[in-house]
Ligand binder design. Structure first.
Ligand code: WT7
Length: 652
């Protein structure tokens, strides 16, 4: 965010009361909210235990709610057993939900496919049986690299049915990123498609998957390929298998395997402040409970709702709010494969009108991009089915909030600005639409059972309503990450060590106003937020220095109107490349980063320099580079710089 945006958020004073009509029908009203908050504070074991018993189907009931004997490796419901796919599918089959749409999917070309709960159950069972036939067992890792098609959801739930741990890799990530994740998880199987569609073009998933595997030091035994585009692909005999061939042979039934509540359901990689993304591990019981509860409370889902979360399943938002939360509730999920503005800027609004979407959840970057295209687009469509809006991924600037509220929600729909992270499993700080008055730009107050605080460098709680500090969680919750895959030390180091394991450290700074509302100010580590996606500056830097022309690189963010942050890279070339065509080289390096990580990491700008500004102890002065990237005047003291003239060269 730019300085002025932060300014406007900090001085934002408008409040929007809860519409009475909404409050009357809400899944949670003021009295329930207060009772839950009180219970959570006074008797957490009773609070969480009751919710877990009331909302989930257990094959073996648990006795112990929280085991904190090895904190901060917390365990929840850990003597209980359940199956996640049973909770999302089988348990709905004895009710009218059986024949209700679980997924309504629309392709970019406009085809529509509907799967009822009974049909989805059948496909998941069939695919789970296929996985079993291929020898996939409890605890095996399965990588999923798929477009946004129902088969991606089927693959995830099939893993859950047999206790395999899925790791979904966003289809927009490169072969290299896929390779890293396959190696880190030691996946036995990769599920992909021949391709996917985006903005009228084909994304060559199978081709990328081939490249990933050819570079990988770890070999998967099989690759299952779903035929989506019909493009010709190379099938390696013995290793690669067509989804449709397997489905034709598979038996339809696959008994679900009850797993321990703490058994990992999924691993999902996210960027941190080091070069290597972390595999965030989520559990079966606690994660499912938290994604279900937050979907119910925050999105106020009703059995008759059509609900649409625009996130790709490659992100945690897609896991919790396209798949696990809504399906566990028996909701109807709308799913779209394609670009938001294809074939034109009305596409999202057209689908909301056509499918009568009631609850709509998207990201500030999408809101800003659509806002920029003009009100005439949404105004052409009937958006009266909408009753609730949501946003996630980064702080929303009040201007975009107001546009969303007025032009999309027609001043009728509450907006849930949901603060959470890959690590938290589900929403943490968010308005409850029937309870919480809204302030544009604030994610408002914690959900019942969640206890955030703001602390200073010493870990002291900040009471001031103006000063910002570290956003921390002072109590564990069931949806929290359990560890970093294969790296317990990193789990401690990243999330707990800073304040001696006393708090979960989110990595964001925030402040709390006099109404107890939280205002997220941004990341405190070297993590960028580009279009709501986390990218480590180190990750981009290591991609750059891996190129033969680059001697050294430093990456910083700068405000961007639509993406939130743009990526600016300062690059020192090797002597041998000094005389080359700079424009061409910049293009090459941008493409190189896109290839190494994925197109979202492509630097917006590359600046060549002879030196990076460093302190005498050799630390790159990132603050200075940030100011230069923003085109701000350098007011910092540069006298501690080892190479002061560098700054002047960079300012040009
Ligand atoms: C980071 C987490 C959780 C799904 C999407 C991103 C930022 C997220 C908000 C919000 C202000 C937000 C934070 C957080 N963030 N939601 N409503 N207001 N900031 O997940 O990739 O794990 O990123 O996104 O900085 O730490 P993620």
């Amino acid at each position: 965010m730019s300085g002025t945006q932060i300014e406007s958020i900090l001085t934002e004073a408008r409040t929007f009361p809860v519409p009475e009509e909404f409050a009357r029908q809400a899944n949670m009203d003021q009295a329930q909210y207060e009772a839950l908050c009180r219970q959570a504070a006074e008797n957490p074991a009773e609070f969480w235990g009751k919710l877990a018993r009331d909302h989930l189907h257990w094959d073996k009931p648990f006795n112990q709610v929280l085991d904190d004997s090895q904190a901060p490796f917390y365990k929840w419901f850990s003597d209980g057993e359940l199956n996640v796919s049973v909770n999302c599918l089988d348990r709905h089959l004895d009710s009218p939900t059986r024949n209700k749409a679980a997924i309504i999917w629309e392709s970019e070309q406009g085809e529509v496919v509907t799967l009822t709960y009974a049909q989805l159950h059948r496909e998941v069972s069939r695919f789970a049986a296929t996985l079993q036939d291929l020898g996939i067992h409890l605890g095996d890792r399965v990588a999923i690299y798929m477009p946004m098609v129902p088969e991606a959801v089927i693959a995830m739930l099939a893993c859950a049915r047999i206790g395999a741990i899925h790791t979904v890799v966003f289809g927009g990530f490169s072969a290299e990123a896929l390779k890293d994740r396959i190696e880190d998880t030691q996946a036995r199987l990769l599920i992909t498609a021949d391709g996917g569609y985006r903005a009228g073009k084909v994304v060559p998933l199978k081709h990328n998957a081939d490249q990933a595997l050819s570079r990988s030091s770890h070999a998967v035994e099989h690759m299952i390929v779903f035929q989506r585009t019909g493009e010709e692909v190379n099938m390696q005999s013995g290793r690669d298998l067509w989804w449709h061939d397997l489905a034709a042979k598979a038996q339809v039934d696959c008994a679900p395997l009850a797993v321990n509540a703490e058994h990992p359901l999924l691993i999902l990689y996210t960027s941190g402040s080091t070069g290597k993304p972390k595999g965030i591990v989520h559990s079966s019981g606690g994660y499912l409970l938290w994604s279900l509860l937050t979907t119910h409370w925050v999105f106020d889902l009703k059995p008759t709702d059509v609900y649409w979360c625009t996130a790709d399943i490659g992100w945690i938002t897609g896991h919790s709010y396209v798949v696990y939360g809504p399906l566990a509730l028996g909701a109807t999920v709308f799913m779209y494969e394609g670009a938001p503005t294809y074939p034109d800027a009305g596409r999202f609004w057209d689908m909301i009108e056509h499918h009568r979407v009631n609850v709509f959840y998207t990201a500030p970057t999408a809101i800003r991009a659509l806002m920029k295209l003009g009100d005439e687009w949404p105004n052409r469509y009937d958006l009266s089915s909408l009753r609730l809006l949501g946003t996630v991924g980064e702080p929303i600037n009040p201007e975009a909030w107001m546009w969303y509220y007025k032009v999309i929600g027609k001043e009728r729909c509450p907006i849930a600005d949901t603060w959470w992270q890959t690590e938290t499993g589900g929403h943490m700080i968010s308005p409850l639409p029937g309870v919480t008055p809204l302030k544009p730009g604030s994610c408002t107050r914690p959900l019942p059972g969640i206890f955030p605080d703001i602390v200073d460098e010493e870990g002291e709680i900040i009471q001031s309503t103006e000063a910002g500090g570290y956003l921390v969680m002072t109590r564990p919750w069931p949806g929290m990450l359990r560890t970093v895959w294969g790296d317990e030390a990193r789990y401690i180091e990243n999330y707990w060590a800073k304040f001696n394991n006393r708090f979960y450290v989110a990595g964001d700074s925030a402040h709390r106003d006099m109404d107890g509302y939280y205002w997220i100010m941004g990341r405190i580590d070297d993590v960028l937020n580009v279009s709501g996606h986390r990218l480590g500056t180190m990750e981009i830097e290591s991609a750059l220095v891996a190129h033969p022309a680059v001697a050294e690189a430093a990456v910083v963010g700068r405000p961007h109107e639509i993406k939130g942050e743009a990526i600016c890279a300062f690059v020192v070339l090797r002597q041998s490349h000094a005389g080359e065509d700079m424009d061409a080289l910049a293009q090459t390096l941008r493409a190189h980063v896109a290839d190494a990580i994925g197109p979202i990491a492509r630097p917006d700008e590359i600046r060549f320099t002879d030196n990076l500004p460093k302190t005498r102890s050799g630390k790159i002065m990132r603050r200075l580079l940030r100011a230069i990237a923003r085109g701000e005047e350098i007011t910092q003291d540069t006298s501690t710089l080892e190479n002061e003239e560098t700054v002047r060269q960079l300012e040009r």
